[in-house]
Write a protein that binds this ligand. Structure first.
Ligand code: AHR
Length: 497
């Protein structure tokens, strides 16, 4: 028996919808094939964007999409991706697989994709191999609303009106693939580059600096000290990478021990967030700078027979648990985390969608985003769980449960709980404290796992093997709370009003 207590009288902070953000890079089959197939493709599309994929993304209310990388961003020259498609420069994607990049997906296509999905665009600028002028001109091309050389070029390419662009990243992983810079050098470069990111008309840029990887607080320290007052957000990256074997481990066919290792490594996210926030607090006690978890997700060995530079991996119930745990962590830091972007949207790393030619499937991770979508823009409520530990006979013990709770503007309460145990289910008692009765159950749904098949996943022949199901028959409302079952390896959504 486990107990979850919700303090309905203790609101904490608004959960930024952007915590449910995503990332799309010119990497493998994410952009090409996964999102963009071109107008002439036999795959049904709208202006070149896959209709099936866009529909699936709209269902999970994607709030923001980051592009064009990743490591690709610091090699990307935006002028290669505008103008008539047939005349665009063909280049080599040196970072990811050495394949030809024909630049048929560029600025106009990305902004069109965001329009179709209904999300905010987030563009990462090239600091590593680009110039300040190139970056400044891209901002002008995108957002200038009067007569200017770049606005004229945009109009000549078919777009008269400026776009609205809020989120702008100044480089990516500049300590590594973005230029191998030292923190103090990057911080100075950041100050210089951001100076020329102008707010044209009523467009207001939200400037995001390259943050640390994992727990590297020395980067956070130096960048905050030198450049903290010139940024709106600082972007950290942390991936769940199983490392204790000979390699990164496989996405499917793993052991019970591997299940726990992946979840234990996921929970380290909490420590990293806390340690970076503690450093940021020293330089920014009034919390002007938001923390962004710009890239997160599982990173395994690629699927056998696929290009190692394409980072294509399957996605199982274990990945669903990783998503549930991370999203609960982000929700619980709603007062400081302003955005989080899963890597990556389609066909790369912990994707929400996989495609194979004309076929597509929603992964277990997609289903978690669907269950959790009610948290977007709601107010986090204080909650605690009393439960035991799981996997204690392995080197990777984890708490059995992870949870977060929020209240939406219409008064409804959303509770999401993940059972990290690969071994046993729980009876879960939920109590509301603060003088409020649960009212009615308006939704109960579960993404149910199984101890016997921890790597349950969807395939192109069985695309709906893993999907959420109604759970209301298993929920009993009583007094100021409710009781339900929570099977092993499962993710639960409850909504009350
Ligand atoms: O998501 C894949 C890569 O991981 C990104 O390009 C880079 O930023 C990170 O190292």
């Amino acid at each position: 028996m486990a107990r979850l207590t919700v303090r309905t009288d203790r609101p904490i902070a608004r959960i930024a919808p952007e915590i449910y953000g995503h990332f799309s890079e010119h990497l493998g089959r994410c952009i090409y094939e996964g999102l963009f197939v071109g107008e002439d493709s036999p795959i049904p599309n709208v202006n070149g964007m896959r209709r099936d994929v866009v529909e699936a993304l709209r269902e999970i209310h994607v709030p923001v999409l980051r592009w064009p990388g990743g490591c690709f961003a610091d090699e990307y020259h935006w002028r290669d991706g505008i103008g008539p498609r047939g005349e665009r420069r063909r280049m080599v994607n040196t970072h990811w697989g050495g394949v030809v990049e024909d630049n048929s997906f560029g600025t106009h296509e990305f902004m069109e994709l965001c329009r179709q999905i209904g999300c905010e665009p987030y563009i990462t600028m090239n600091v590593g191999s680009g110039t300040v002028q190139e970056m400044a001109e891209w901002v002008e091309y995108l957002t200038f609303d009067g007569e200017s050389p770049l606005a004229g070029l945009r109009a000549a390419n078919g777009r008269v009106e400026p776009w609205r662009l809020k989120y702008i990243g100044i480089g990516n992983e500049n300590w590594g693939c973005g230029g191998s810079m030292r923190a103090s050098y990057y911080a100075d470069e950041y100050r210089r580059y951001q100076t020329y990111c102008r707010n044209f008309g009523d467009n207001r840029l939200y400037k995001i600096a390259c943050g640390p990887s994992d727990g590297r607080t020395e980067w956070t320290e130096t960048v905050m000290e030198i450049a903290g007052r010139y940024m709106h957000g600082l972007a950290m990256h942390y991936y769940t990478v199983p490392r204790s074997g000979e390699n990164k481990g496989t996405a499917t066919g793993f052991t019970r021990r591997d299940w726990y290792e992946v979840l234990a490594r996921t929970l380290v996210m909490e420590e990293h967030i806390r340690s970076h926030l503690a450093v940021m607090d020293r330089y920014d006690p009034e919390h002007h700078v938001g923390l962004i978890v710009d890239e997160w997700g599982t990173w395994y060995q690629v699927e056998e027979g696929t290009n190692p530079g394409f980072l294509y991996q399957q996605n199982t119930q274990r990945d669903a648990l990783v998503a549930a745990v991370n999203l609960n962590i982000f929700n619980k830091h709603a007062d400081r985390i302003v955005m989080a972007n899963l890597a990556q949207l389609v066909n790369v790393l912990q994707a929400v969608i996989l495609t194979d030619g004309p076929r597509m499937l929603r992964t277990p991770t997609w289903h978690v985003y669907r269950l959790y979508r009610h948290h977007q823009g709601a107010t986090l409520l204080e909650s605690t769980v009393e439960a035991g530990m799981a996997g204690t006979d392995t080197a990777w013990p984890v708490p059995e449960l992870s949870e977060s709770v929020s209240r939406a503007a219409d008064g409804s309460i959303t509770i999401t709980v993940a059972n990290l145990s690969a071994d046993s289910g729980q009876t879960l008692e939920i109590g509301l404290e603060g003088g409020e009765l649960p009212g009615q159950l308006i939704e109960a749904a579960i993404l149910e796992g199984s101890s016997d098949e921890l790597d349950r996943h969807n395939t192109f022949t069985e695309p709906n093997r893993v999907q959420s199901a109604d759970w209301s028959a298993a929920v009993r409302l009583q007094g100021a709370g409710l009781t339900t079952r929570l099977p092993a390896a499962s993710v639960l959504l409850l909504r009350l009003k």
